[in-house]
Structure formats: structure tokens, C-alpha cells
Ligand binder design. Sequence first.
Ligand SMILES: Nc1nc2c(c(=O)[nH]1)N[C@H]1C(S)=C(S)[C@@H](COP(=O)(O)OP(=O)(O)OC[C@H]3O[C@@H](n4cnc5c(=O)[nH]c(N)nc54)[C@H](O)[C@@H]3O)O[C@H]1N2
Ligand SMILES: Nc1nc2c(c(=O)[nH]1)N[C@H]1C(S)=C(S)[C@@H](COP(=O)(O)OP(=O)(O)OC[C@H]3O[C@@H](n4cnc5c(=O)[nH]c(N)nc54)[C@H](O)[C@@H]3O)O[C@H]1N2
Ligand code: SF4
Ligand SMILES: [Mo]
Length: 689
Amino acid sequence: MVNVAPAAPRTVHGACPHDCPDTCAMRVTVEAGRVVRVQGDPDHPATQGALCTKVSRYPERTYHAERVLRPLRRVGPKGAGRFEPVGWDEALADIAARLGAIAARDPEAILPYSYAGTMGLVQGESMAGRFFHRLGASRLDRTICASAGAEALTASYGGKVGMHVEHFAESKLVLIWGSNSIASNLHFWTHAQAAKRAGAKLVCIDPRRTETADKCHQHLALRPGTDGALALGLMHELIVHGRLDQDYLDRYTEGWPLLREKALAWPPERAAVVCGLQADEVRGLARDYADIQPAAIRLNYGMQRVRGGGNAVRLIATLPCLVGAWRRRAGGLLLSSSGWFPTDHAALQRPELLAGRQPRTLNMSTIGDDLLREAAPGFGPRIEALVVYNSNPVAVAPESPKVVRGFMREDLFTVVLEHFLTDTADHADYVLPATTQLEHLDVHGSYGHTSVLINEAAVAPLGEALPNTEIFRRLARRMGFLEPCFAETDEQIARQAFGARVDFDALRARGWVQLPLPEAPFAEGGFPTPSGRCRIDAPGWGVPDHLPNHESAESRPDLAARYPLAMISPPARNFLNSSFVNVKSLRDIEGEPLLEIHPVDAAPRGIRSGATLRVFNDRGTYVCRADVSERARPGVVNGLGIWWRKLGLRGTNVNELTHQQLTDLGRAPSFYDCLVEVAVDEAAARPLG
Ligand SMILES: Nc1nc2c(c(=O)[nH]1)N[C@H]1C(S)=C(S)[C@@H](COP(=O)(O)OP(=O)(O)OC[C@H]3O[C@@H](n4cnc5c(=O)[nH]c(N)nc54)[C@H](O)[C@@H]3O)O[C@H]1N2
Ligand SMILES: Nc1nc2c(c(=O)[nH]1)N[C@H]1C(S)=C(S)[C@@H](COP(=O)(O)OP(=O)(O)OC[C@H]3O[C@@H](n4cnc5c(=O)[nH]c(N)nc54)[C@H](O)[C@@H]3O)O[C@H]1N2
Ligand code: SF4
Ligand SMILES: [Mo]
């Protein structure tokens, strides 16, 4: 640390904390104890000096007038969002007493609920994990986003590994599959554009005509949940036209003959009917994929939020093996790179504090049902206390009518660690003020690139805010947890995250450290499976297949008769999940909660752009504005996410409509597998515009 005059600007190394594959390296400028600017680190290979619009506004979020800066205790009825300030000592004493009393009866009645509000390894599951392990609380299955794809990659490749993002710049064919890269993976898009300038063909595979689709050479607007059928159709063509790299298949994969049999039953005509495409589109894509090398696939999590999402990822993950695309560094596939990082989760979370106990595991994606369940054999005790951090489940979890009912339970004790009074915090008994990324230390891996980043605390915590770690440290002390790991500082924890495998001092000096990895990781096999081969037929998983959606005309004709439109709810460009919805400058760009609907679906329902709509099914009703647009394909409506309910229309958001049925692999929610009907809301008298 260099001492400088207090008023002189200084720059510290930061990392974007958000759940985004790009994990940007930031330079944070501090003047007179206040952050005045955040910028992308120009030296970091993935960031290349640029942050997205949202995070360029990070100081606006940190210094927001509505930041929670003191502990708050509920005074009004549950869910009313009425609180009084209370001192830290009093809040922690009461919380420790309440949790202690429940734990004395059964610690499994306490559930932590957290996700990736920050992706930091220190402010994520380190001290929090230790606390809940020591307590013996129920464990949380963190499935809400990526676990179908993650399990699929593990089945096929042995881990969450793939191409290096920068090599897409050298690809000649880039399939952007289930990804609105311009909105949610901007730094990949930079490489895709470089490839395009060098003559590459870009193909977007997405039910929605996104801004990314607009800029690709070709857009295949398939029906949601039919990606597996498309992959099988492509395989059929590669087989019958003799375009397989048989040498790669023989040496570096196992189980192909079984999938080959299956794929032969999927001529392009069959795939096209299922996908809602033309047979020639399937044939043309297969031809391109065989002819144009190196060919690279940027798969993203958007395509696995359906019943068959895991199987679809496994089918697509097989394609680069079929044509030997892995032989070159600019060929292959990237869904996640997080498996490349040598993260020491056990050091961070200390599972040994369970001391032989095996608490139950509850799935975060079924929190709606689980909060409403009574004690039962096979389930265990009723949930009596929830401790929420790094997540906003009342807005983001599926089937929110049930989630809200659960959070409204008078007999549920809820503590929420937050920056703001979110929809979830409104339902708390205590809200504890947490620091933002500018106020605490952290270290980060990434799921879109391959360098480790550090985030130094740029300024002291605002008001009485504390880092998550410090809140759990103090709570542990109150509960009488005396193990030395509860006294560790954030820096000690940060040093353990990657152990000796990352030079912490080098990380501090530069802000990031590139992992040493092979350029073309699977050019000669070397998949992290026991055999080193890609498992097309994986023990315990079998051979992948196309599975129709939970809610589709095929699987539920009864439902499709009443609710004929499929709805997807992908991210809005200027929000990050439900984060930033309360930052006015960004909310103003998004305008209002919108449903995109194709003119052929809008006309018979008398819907014009700007009309207030009721979007409904048996689970609930979402009120939003119509955007009649060819961004939606016929038969599919796009409800852009994820608004705070209280900032939406009539206190609703799109998760009023989604359900809690899980994916084939990974026990994940199937947000984009949802049937609805849409009508103009007659109650709303508002001029069209
Ligand atoms: N601006 C912004 N960036 C974000 C986020 C955000 O909310 N806003 N969220 C972050 C998070 S949490 C994640 S997990 C990542 C990745 O999150 P993803 O969910 O992958 O995000 P996108 O790439 O924006 O959207 C996925 C795309 O998949 C499309 N899609 C929906 N259903 C299907 C389908 O069945 N098949 C196919 N082929 N496509 C389908 C949608 O229309 C959308 O364009 O993005 C992160 N980045
Ligand atoms: N319908 C529909 N629903 C979806 C999705 C969809 O596409 N459609 N996407 C799903 C996906 S991919 C995901 S990942 C989930 C995301 O859901 P969440 O993980 O809940 O993500 P956010 O909505 O961004 O909420 C994160 C919260 O953490 C808080 N936070 C941030 N940093 C810190 C910190 O350091 N300490 C504490 N205590 N709090 C902090 C933020 O203020 C914010 O309120 O939503 C899912 N829900
Ligand atoms: S949200 Fe993504 S693109 Fe934006 S700054 Fe963070 S990591 Fe970079
Ligand atoms: Mo996510």
C-alpha cells in the first residue's frame, strides 16, 4: 500500500461481482474517500477496457439514496416492508437467540438461501458456509441457473470446461446458441465481431429475434425446448453425407454407435417439424457445420431452462466431436469455463464442521412449495427460519404466488442481508445492511474466461454496512462458535480460495492472473473423464435424447388447448436478473415490463403495442405492456425479466406464471417451458402508444 495525500485520486483493482460470464476486471477511481468512477481494465484480455452500461453505473448503485445502511427490524405486518432502525448488537443478539432456540429443537428447520448476487468466493459461501455447517442447518441445492447444463457437461466432458473465449475471434463459423450475447455476454460478442470482420459466418439459434440475432448472418428461430431435436437432425445429416471425423470419434469418444442409431431416426424433415423450422434450414446448417472449419459453438444457459435442457446440452456438446472441431483452438464449444479454476471449496466452507451430521438438502428452485410444507417423513421439519443473502427469491424463484405465500407465513423467521429493500427484504423480520463490491475484499474465478481476479476494498463500508463475512463472523461469535476458522480475516479467506495454485501477491500486484492452460484443450482427447474421452454414452446418464417440454402441445394437449402460447422470460439488457431494477437511469432505458408478441398472435386478440395485458395461466396473472413485434416468433411470447414486483404493474412480475417442475438433469427450474394465454386488460384505461 502506498500512502498518498487524502485528496489525490487513486485507482484500485476491482472485479465485477455480478452473475455474468464476462467477470470484468475493473479499475476503481477513488477521490477523497469516494468512488468517482469504475472502468474496465484495459490490460485484462477478456475485459479489454470496457464495462457494460449497467456496471458503468455501479457507483450510482453503491451511493443510491435507498441503500440500507443500518440494521432494520420489522414493525408492520409481514411483507409490508415497514421497519425501524436497530443497533447491530441488539439485532445480532435477537437473531442469535431466535436461531439458537430453533436449532436446539432441530437445526434442519433453518435454511440458508443464497445465490450469485455476488460471485465473489469470499462474500459468497465462505464464512456463511462455515456458519451453516457448524449450525447443522439444512443444506441448499443451488440450482436456480446453471445446474442442468453443468451436470450435462460433467456427464459428457467430465467437467465445466471448454474453449477459451478469445479463440472465437479466429473461428470461421460461430454458432451462438441460446445466448443473447450483446445483452448478457458482451465480451464474447467482441470476439464474435472480430471473427465476422475476418470473414466468419455467424448463426444465431434462438426463439427470439434478439439484438444479437439481428447482427448474425442467419437466425434460426426454433421453438423453445427443441434444441435437442435440432442437434439430432444435424447429426443425421453429418452421418448420411459421410461428414464425420471418424478418427476423432474412434480415439477420443465413447458410446457413439448408440447415439448414431438414434440420430438416424431424425431426418431433417422430422427435426424441422419439432423445431418449427424449415427442413432446408436444418440441412443448410449441417452443411455449414461440416464444411466450415474451425467451427465454434457459444452455448449459453438460456437453452437449458426447459425440461430436456440437460439432454439438449449433452447432444450439442457431442457435435464438435463428430466433426473433430476440437482439433483446433478456434473450434469446439464453450458453455462454462468455471471447471478450469482450482477453487478450494472445502477450505472456504469447511464441511468438516458438520462433524458427521448429514442435514437434508432442499432445492432452492422449489422454495415456493417447500415453505408451504408441513413436517413430514421424507421431507423433515417444517422450515422455521430462512437466512437470505446474495439473492432475491421473491422476485426470481419460479411460481412466485407460492413463494410470496411462504414468505408471508407469520411463523417463519426471516433474516435478509441486502443492499436494498428488495421484494424479498420487504418480507424480512430483520434486514442487515451488506457492503457492495466497492466496500469489501474478494477474489473471483469466472465461467466465461480463464483468469483469476481480485477485488480490493476501494472505500470503507458506507453507514453501518458490513461484509457478509463479518455479519456471519459476528453471528458465529454470538452463537458461541469458537473454532479458529470463525476468526479468520477476509484476506486469510481470500488466500485460501485457490491455495498455492494462484500466486496471491502476483494477483494483488496486477489485479488478475491468467490460468496456465492448453490452447486447444481437447485436440487429442484429454477430457477430464476417467478415460479422457468424451462420454457420448455416460455411465449413469446413458445416451442423450430429445425430451419435449413439460408444458407443450405434445406432452400436455389439455393445457395447450387453454394456454396456447409458449412463454420465455430471458434477461433484460439493462438489468442483471433482478439487480439494477431500482437504479432509475437503467430502469428508464427498459421503460416498463414488456411482453413481446408476434403480430399473428396479437391480431386475433385485439392487442396493439402499448396495451396493458393480462398474461395468465392456472398459477397466476402477470400484468405488463404489449410490444407487438417480430422479435417474438409466432406461438411464442417473450416476457423480459426480471422486474421487482413492487416496481412492476400491479405488484407482479413474470414469475407469477412460471412453475416449479425441474429439468431432466441438475434439478434446475424450467423457466422457459411455460404455457400462457394473453388478453388485453379491460380494466386498464390507458391510451395506446
Ligand atoms: N444484461 C444481462 N446480462 C446477464 C444477465 C441479465 O439478467 N442481464 N443474467 C446473467 C445470468 S444469471 C446468466 S445465467 C447469464 C446467461 O444467461 P442466459 O439465460 O443464457 O441469458 P441470455 O444469453 O441473455 O439469454 C438466453 C437466450 O436464450 C434464448 N432462449 C430461450 N429459450 C431457448 C431455447 O429453448 N432454445 C434456445 N436455443 N434459446 C432459447 C432467449 O431468447 C435468450 O435470447 O447471463 C448473465 N448476464
Ligand atoms: N423468469 C425467470 N426467472 C429467472 C431467470 C429467468 O431468466 N427468467 N433467471 C434465473 C437465473 S439465471 C438466476 S442466476 C437467478 C438469479 O437470481 P438472484 O441470484 O437472486 O440474482 P439477483 O436478482 O441479481 O439478486 C441478487 C441480490 O443479491 C444482492 N447482493 C449483491 N451483492 C451482495 C452482497 O455482497 N451481499 C449481500 N448480502 N447481498 C448482495 C443484490 O442486491 C440482489 O438483490 O434468477 C433466475 N430467475
Ligand atoms: S455485468 Fe458482465 S459485462 Fe457487465 S461489467 Fe459485469 S462482468 Fe462485465
Ligand atoms: Mo443465471
